[in-house]
Design a protein around this ligand. Structure first.
Ligand code: G3H
Ligand code: 13P
Ligand code: ZN
Length: 304
């Protein structure tokens, strides 16, 4: 019975100086992997669905997430990731999500603040918390595409939070979504993060935070994948970001990679297998392992 608001999870994390993992789900197996890891670690988590996930799995997939969240003994926020519109945010709030992101990052500053404020007015009446984004990550953010990074400005961030009334803020400090984050050195702008954290009092969120583990990519490639030059955010930098005030860390790509590697390996090693449960169990376990590692890194183990 522990579906809680994102705000309650993040305020505890901010006070105590750890971060909470936010993991994207697109199917039953990923949802099970996320929940199993959170329970094993006694950790609060965000179980999040993008609009793409809702298109793929329907609101039935969200219903599944809510059913798990209500039954497990750890705090879970069921969260809309990169909400593209007020309408979808409203629908998710009505459906029972405990947290929503409204992603107005492609809009001009004041239109973004206005949209966020309108979502916050609907959400807060129901005790649902709101994440907003200022600045843009390079690449695709669900339905929003940006050809380059627009880093978050610390002074603008403080003004934005005051105007928009959001409960947490996603910042652009050099990460991006997917498996190809850096061409040159793998670096995020920690100095900027320190300045944003000093200027803004709501918990900060790091998107595009997958680490793209070399060994997972190697297994996928060994068993037939062609994933070259993949690069993620080094774990040490994530730990530093948490020390500087990031309280929610999003991870999706690492789960997709773990799933892909495990399915490829299992099918190659078991060419006669066709029971889909046999195939998906090792993939589910592989995703859980990634999540357990991430919870350890963020310091949220035992914080349920
Ligand atoms: O923001 C990115 C997440 O990984 C969601 O990705 O839009 O493919 O569901 P998606
Ligand atoms: P990754 O692509 O780095 O896993 O980021 C996921 C994310 O930010 C979801 O919103
Ligand atoms: Zn994201």
């Amino acid at each position: 019975m522990v579906l809680v608001s994102g705000k309650s999870i993040l305020q505890k994390a901010k006070k105590a100086g750890y971060a909470v993992g936010a993991f994207n789900t697109n199917n039953l197996e990923t949802t099970k992997a996320i929940i199993a890891a959170a329970v094993e670690m006694g950790a609060p988590i965000f179980l999040q669905l993008s609009s793409g996930a809702l298109k793929y799995g329907g609101f039935e997939l969200a219903g599944l997430a809510l059913a798990f969240a209500r039954k497990v003994p750890v705090p879970v926020a069921v969260h809309l990731d990169h909400g593209p519109s007020l309408e979808l945010a409203r629908e998710c709030i009505g459906f029972g999500f405990s947290s929503v992101m409204i992603d107005g990052s492609a809009l001009p500053f004041s239109a973004n603040a206005k949209l966020t404020k309108a979502v916050a007015a609907i959400a807060h009446r129901k005790g649902v918390s709101v994440e907003a984004e200022l600045g843009q990550l390079k690449g695709r953010e669900d339905e929003v595409f940006s050809a380059r990074h627009t880093y978050t400005d610390p002074t603008a961030a403080a003004k934005f939070v005051r105007m928009a009334g959001c409960d947490s803020l996603a910042v652009a400090i050099g990460t991006s979504h997917g498996a190809y984050k850096f061409k040159g050195p793998s670096g995020i702008d920690l100095r900027r993060l320190r300045e944003i954290a000093a200027a803004v009092d709501v918990p900060l969120v790091l998107h595009g935070a997958s680490s793209v583990p070399r060994q997972v990519v190697a297994v996928a490639n060994k068993f037939g994948a062609k994933i070259s030059n993949a690069r993620g955010v080094p774990e040490l930098q994530i730990r530093k970001a948490v020390r500087l005030g990031v309280c929610k860390v999003n991870e999706d790509t690492d789960l997709r990679l773990a799933f892909t590697a495990a399915v490829r390996k299992f099918l190659r090693e078991n060419p006669s297998a066709y029971d889909l449960r046999e195939i998906l169990i090792p993939a589910t376990e592989a995703m859980s392992e990634v999540i357990v590692r991430r919870i350890n890194l963020l310091g949220s183990e035992g914080k349920a």
